[in-house]
Write a protein that binds this ligand. Structure first.
Ligand SMILES: *Cc1c(COP(=O)(O)O)cnc(C)c1O
Length: 226
């Protein structure tokens, strides 16, 4: 059985190999998704140099952040955001919200930001696998919604796209969902898109091969380590 440090090193090596194969000039950041995990393990990873952590529930983010105020951690929010949790999330000053999945949600966040006179960094989530179980705007409406958010939401710093790979054992299907997102991302370069959040434990090497520069990896790092 491996410890956390070994698991992290293993993942970092795989990321590095895929990154070099894609491009030596490509810079990638890893968000360690700590939703399965307690603060002890987060602390241990912090001491291994990991600084960015992701949570998918606002209350969990709050609890863990509160327990770890002494650590300069970047907290990412990656989950479904309910309207009635927006204020709570904003109070926690998340580093980046990956999961803004509609113009309506963006406008809700905009309203709360305006009232609190603050801004927040966000990504627009795209449902590039066309799965009903997944949230996100459709690839067809993505560019339009992206521009709408830029226009209508001055307190939001929209800086790119997020997607989840197709839920499939077929590499082709997963690849396709990443390619669709990458093409959309490329078409948004002119309006400042710079972050492409895609790739989880089962598919991050495919995501890197398709241009991901922000990875969200949980179970491969945290599961069944002691
Ligand atoms: C849980 C989760 C992840 C991490 O998934 P793993 O398969 O455990 O790596 C990434 N992104 C989102 C949105 C998640 O909810």
């Amino acid at each position: 059985m491996q410890g956390l440090r070994e698991k992290l090193d293993f993942v970092l090596q795989k990321i590095e190999r895929a990154r070099i194969a894609y491009s030596r000039h490509h810079i990638i950041k890893l968000v360690a998704v700590s939703k399965y995990s307690e603060v002890e393990k987060i602390t241990e990873l912090y001491h291994c140099g990991q600084r960015a952590f992701g949570e998918n529930k606002v209350q969990d983010l709050r609890d863990k952040k509160q327990e770890m105020t002494l650590f300069p951690i970047e907290w990412h929010f990656i989950g479904n955001l309910q309207r009635n949790k927006i204020n709570l999330l904003l109070d926690l000053n998340p580093f980046l919200i990956h999961s803004v999945d509609s113009l309506e949600l963006a406008q809700e966040i905009e309203k709360k930001c305006a009232l609190q006179n603050k801004s927040v960094r966000i990504l627009l989530q795209v449902n590039s696998s066309y799965e009903e179980s997944k949230s996100g705007v459709s690839p067809e409406e993505c560019v339009e919604v992206y521009h709408q958010i830029l226009q209508k939401c001055p307190h939001l710093k929209l800086e790119g796209l997020m997607c989840m790979g197709a839920h499939s054992i077929k590499i082709d299907a997963i690849e396709k969902s990443f390619k669709i997102t990458k093409d959309l991302f490329d078409s948004l370069q002119g309006v400042g898109a710079k972050t492409l959040s895609m790739g989880m434990s089962n598919d991050y090497e495919i995501a890197i091969a398709n241009g991901a520069n922000l990875l969200r990896i949980g179970s491969e790092i945290f599961k069944s380590s002691f």
